[in-house]
Design a protein around this ligand. Structure first.
Ligand code: DSN
Length: 417
């Protein structure tokens, strides 16, 4: 009963230990975070808010949730009288849906970033044909802004023009594959000019903002959503931080509108990971994550890979494979990611701006450095990883041999699993 799953968990731990994770949204949570996840807190129901629950027996749970909320405010330098925290959403996609449904009435308008330019499904994606994909796109009217064709970076004056044209009720920034910093101040000015709410989704950047190596969306956004398992290095979950005056709309959108009892073990584990961000080790990790992404991008560029937007300001980079030498031109993101995985380098296929492929066979791959930085890899290892990627993709080097070399390297960067 237990043994079968336990054996599979051991196999997965071996995979995580032996291969190099370059999936930009993945990381290794600490043993303390994982310990709290498997605690007795998972046994308790606690619908409602601290001190206003629907079930008895929540006095300890209240303390835990209040502590996690306080830690979130501290990490992002916010005052309790101005900002409100809700850390109950089971994921950042649900957090986004809660913010959208909490702030808007059905049929109202959203302006968000084009998915193929690096946006996120939960910001209201529908296909160019008009077919709705995300639930929010079925309920609300969504328009998109995107990156410029030549720079692959935002032109904020064009976003303003679009906002004036569409008159959205909500503007969303953020996504999963935009490697440049977002100017939250400019986005906020645009939303205020058209009288919209501003939601900054920092799912990817949260840990780097906490580590003070990227700019903060506070105080510019009305609401900020984030994942807790990505750069923040916590459990799978989410945090919503909103202006105090919006707290009832947000809390009610989570419960009772979208969710039942929150995962108290996750809320407690979020509290642990937030505390961990205060350590010197975390600050070093945040800094090194950016350094590693930059060096990986510049090494790959040297080998002739085209990096979307020319580089990165963050922990991730996007490679457009359409630019490879003529004999490799037709290799798509899917085939590339499969090949690299065979060589022990785990990444994901990704659409690129002005995509000509499909979501399943897109033209790019996304690489990210948080996980390998957590296990201690630095500039030298990034150079080696770039070399392996070049060898596998451009020189047809045998993936079995590369995998052996990768395993030699990862043995030197053991992580407690
Ligand atoms: N799956 C996440 C990512 O990889 O960026 C987004 O939800």
């Amino acid at each position: 009963m237990y043994q079968e799953i336990s054996n599979l968990i051991k196999k997965e731990a071996k995979r995580q230990q032996e291969k190099i994770t370059l999936i930009a949204s993945e990381n290794y949570a600490s043993q303390n975070v994982r310990g709290v996840l498997s605690s007795v807190l998972a046994n308790k129901y606690s619908e409602g808010e601290p001190s206003k629950r629907y079930y008895q027996g929540n006095e300890i749970i209240d303390e835990i949730e209040n502590l996690t909320n306080k830690r979130a405010l501290k990490v992002f330098g916010l005052k309790e009288k101005d900002w409100h925290v809700n850390c109950k959403a089971v994921s950042a996609s649900i957090a986004n849906l809660a913010v959208i449904t909490g702030l808007l009435e059905p049929g109202q308008k959203i302006l968000s970033m084009n998915l193929t330019d690096g946006g996120h499904l939960s910001h209201g994606w529908k296909l160019p044909s008009g077919k709705t994909i995300a639930l929010s796109a079925k309920i609300f009217t969504v328009s998109y802004y995107g990156v410029e064709k030549n720079t692959e970076i935002f032109d904020y004056s064009k976003i303003l023009k679009l906002a004036k044209k569409y008159k959205p009720n909500l503007i969303i920034s953020g996504g999963t594959a935009y490697a440049r910093e977002i100017d939250y101040k400019k986005m906020s000015a645009i939303t205020h000019k058209v009288g919209a709410y501003y939601l900054a989704d920092v799912a990817h950047e949260a840990g780097l903002i906490a580590g003070k190596v990227l700019n903060s969306p506070f105080p510019y956004a009305d609401v900020v959503t984030m994942s807790t398992q990505k750069t923040l290095r916590g459990p799978r979950g989410a945090i919503i931080i909103c202006k105090d005056e919006l707290k009832e709309k947000i809390d009610r959108a989570i419960f009772p509108a979208l969710q039942g009892g929150p995962f108290n073990n996750v809320i407690a584990a979020i509290g642990v990971c937030l505390k961990e961000t205060e350590s010197q080790e975390f600050k070093k990790y945040a800094k090194q994550t950016l350094k590693n992404a930059k060096i990986l991008a510049s090494e790959l560029k040297k080998y002739g890979f085209r990096i979307v937007s020319g580089g990165t300001d963050k922990h991730l980079l996007l490679i457009d494979l359409r630019n490879l030498p003529t004999d490799k031109k037709n290799i798509n993101g899917h085939e590339t990611a499969v090949l690299l995985d065979q060589a022990g380098i785990v990444c994901n296929k990704n659409t690129v701006p002005h995509e000509t492929g499909s979501p399943f066979k897109p033209s790019g791959i996304r690489l990210g450095t948080p996980a390998c930085t957590t296990r201690g890899m630095k500039e030298q290892e990034m150079k080696q990883i770039a070399k392996w990627i070049k060898q596998v993709l451009l020189e047809k080097r045998d993936t079995v041999t590369v995998l052996k070399e990768v395993k030699q390297l990862t043995k030197k960067f053991k992580i407690s699993l």
